[in-house]
Design a protein around this ligand. Sequence first.
Ligand code: PGA
Length: 258
Amino acid sequence: MKQPLLIANWKMNLDVGETVKRIRACIRLLSAVQEKADIVICPSFIGLLRVQSLLKHHPQCSLSLGAQDCAWEKEGAYTGEVSPVHLEQIGCRYVLLGHSERRQFIRETDAMVAKKFSAVLSYSTLIPVVCVGETASERKKDKTEKIIRSQLQPILNQHPPSDHRRIVIAYEPVWAIGTGIPATPRDCARVSSFIRKFVKSNSLWRNHYPDFFILYGGSVKAENVHDFIANQNSDGALVGSASLDPQTFITLIKNASN
Ligand code: PGA
């Protein structure tokens, strides 16, 4: 049985001072919890170094660090971009790729996300977390599987890494993100199983399949997290707003660990 993976996406919500305050609170609260989950926090870029130095001073704390995005090159003239190599150097273990807010507001395409995925695998040992999911209108037209297939195919056209590192796919229906209306556990189970089959059917990735984690994201709360990971509906959750308050997030971790 995989231990659930819970990833907190803090988006652009907190300045550095507030990020540090909340990480300190998470470290304190976690020390009293016997969590049986892998926990990752993704603060904004400007908070990463401070968080990493805090975590260094608390080696007993099991929190891992993640970035919310990265560049598709290792270095060079790419103003404003952040290299996956540099993220790894400062202690990141995970990186989100293709979050729907980036697809929507920055116009990131499937091809761009695939290039980032390839750079992460080629130049770093970071664990990529590729976000996929349909919009409300695509869902209405019954296009969920078609959309997810087109988002995943360019990723699966890449060669798997030779190290058996974890690869994470987060199913995040766009209509469920930040709306308070999550998918049903049944929808989550159906789409997760579709993603599993799709990965397994790919000849390049078939042998790498056991290292895939499928997460659910979109209005996950302390009260519903267990529904999404029960019966292996998914291997964990990507959590936005419910991860911002340390006490609430720790309750969510406890509920997911039970
Ligand atoms: P939410 O965000 O939990 O606030 O819906 C999830 C996400 O954007 O990853």
